[in-house]
Design a protein around this ligand. Structure first.
Ligand code: SF4
Ligand code: SF4
Length: 97
């Protein structure tokens, strides 16, 4: 069965350029930087708003191969949540295999 891009169901990282009202408006995000860590690699801060207002981001790629949802560096979860963890914008859906 073809894989479907999982949705970023919500993101609590309000200081990210792509975040508005706890929603990520990038078309797709990359998770995993470095690859053992489920950090949102698309996160950045800017005074200019990023993304597309009526889009909700999907997970385009994930480098966190230690996660049980990771298949060939793609995310096979139905959806993910992102938030701050130990000072980093992390995928909170991450589970160690
Ligand atoms: S998922 Fe990543 S890119 Fe999207 S708003 Fe959150 S921190 Fe920013
Ligand atoms: S759930 Fe796992 S595989 Fe999916 S984005 Fe998060 S860390 Fe990557």
């Amino acid at each position: 069965m073809p894989m479907k891009m999982p949705e970023v169901r919500n993101c609590a990282v309000s200081n990210c350029a792509y975040n508005s009202k706890k929603t990520c408006h990038a078309i797709a995000v990359t998770i995993g930087h470095p690859k053992s860590d489920p950090k949102c690699d698309t996160f950045f801060e800017s005074s200019v708003r990023g993304g597309v207002d009526d889009m909700i981001a999907g997970v385009g790629a994930c480098k966190t191969e230690d996660c049980r949802y990771n298949v060939h560096f793609e995310c096979a979860a139905t959806s993910i949540q992102v938030g701050m963890k130990e000072g980093d914008p992390d995928c909170l859906t991450f589970e160690m295999r």
